[in-house]
Design a protein around this ligand. Structure first.
Ligand SMILES: [Zn+2]
Ligand SMILES: [Zn+2]
Length: 344
């Protein structure tokens, strides 16, 4: 079968003779429709595989497909040959300390579709039936891979404990940020979008942001209180992962508010604990997604409350995935959100 295989740093290859997998007990064989390429795929390709999961594998962790064959012992309700599904990409163990505590996003033995295991950038893939989420009829194969960043956004919003009527800000309006904006709105918040890219701010306005701020042009710290509740947003979710943006979230959230850090940055940032603690601010991380949140992401996209269509920047067949997908993502112009790769 056709596949895009990562062999090592800077060594991504398209092949037409990768062996087609067979589903084991509890798994299904999927004919893949589309997978989207995200920044994590680019990082892994350019800088190596994280968690020491270094064996060659098929890329593609934001993926969707159609059930082609059921493995032994699989008869889950709602899943049969022909069912269109989104792939819930994290396969947690269920028995480690963190899983037993109900915090599966912290699982110590987690496996990932597209990282530790073969992913979706191929004609076929296998994955547990339990982690294949049937798509409602009104959700397209093109929208389905975006359920993965959607699940990350849902988890961050759940972590933020946003309340109806709250004000919020999102720092960073890439794919996760622009979905987070909409999940916050679906939860009943008014949202300010913050980014240095005017194109992203324009999309944020279209998607309902009450105000957009460009930190390279205006003093966000000064303007935010006026736009929110005169003290600053109740919640800030940071998805940029740029130098200083985590710190900005902690500084700009109101006293007693919650700053949720989603974006990953290698850089150390120094926080004045006196100010943060005396103001009873909560600064917390949000990592991947917990059980059930992938399902919420699918439901929000299907209902139209989360619109991912403006985030789809192109459709590319598998045989052009490296040139027109991965290599295009490397360009310095940050005007691409998600490129979908697959044969549809
Ligand atoms: Zn991703
Ligand atoms: Zn576990």
């Amino acid at each position: 079968m056709q596949a895009i295989v990562l062999h090592g740093i800077n060594d991504l290859r398209y092949t037409t003779d990768y062996p087609t997998p067979a589903p084991k007990a509890g798994e299904v064989l999927l004919r893949m429709t589309y997978s989207s390429i995200c920044q994590t795929d680019i990082e892994t390709w350019q800088h190596g595989m994280f968690n020491g999961q270094g064996k060659p594998h098929i890329q593609g962790h934001e993926a969707a497909g159609v059930v082609e064959q059921l493995g032994e012992g699989v008869s889950p309700p709602g899943i049969e040959v022909g069912t269109r599904v989104a792939v819930e990409n994290v396969r947690t163990c269920g028995y480690c300390f963190f899983c037993r505590k109900g915090t599966a996003q912290l699982c110590e033995n987690g496996r990932n579709f597209g990282f530790s295991d073969n992913g979706g950038l191929a004609e076929y893939a296998v994955w547990p039936a339990a982690l294949c989420i049937p798509l409602p009829d009104n959700m397209t194969n093109e929208e389905a891979p975006l359920a993965e960043p959607g699940s990350v956004a849902v988890h961050a919003v759940m972590q933020s404990q946003i309340q109806v009527g709250d004000t919020a800000a999102v720092i960073g309006c890439g794919v996760v940020g622009l979905i987070t904006l909409q999940v916050l709105q679906a939860a009943g918040a008014k949202v300010v979008a913050i980014d240095t890219r005017e194109q992203s701010l324009a999309i944020a306005r279209d998607l309902g942001a009450i105000e957009t701020l460009n930190p390279s042009k205006v003093d966000v710290a000064k303007l935010l209180p006026d736009i929110t509740n005169s003290y600053g947003p109740d919640v800030i979710i940071e998805t940029a992962g740029a130098p200083g943006t985590g710190l900005n979230a902690a500084q700009w959230v109101r006293r007693g508010g919650r700053a949720v850090i989603v974006g990953f940055s290698h850089q150390e940032q120094t926080l004045n604990f006196g100010r943060a603690l005396m103001g009873e601010k909560t600064v917390m991380g949000s990592s991947a997604t917990n059980t059930g949140e992938y399902h919420k992401a699918v439901a929000l996209i299907a209902s139209g409350k989360v619109n991912v269509k403006p985030l789809i920047s192109g459709l590319v067949p598998l045989d052009r995935g490296i040139q027109d997908g991965f290599e295009r993502m490397l360009k310095p112009e940050k005007d691409i959100y998600r490129i979908l790769v697959g044969n549809g």
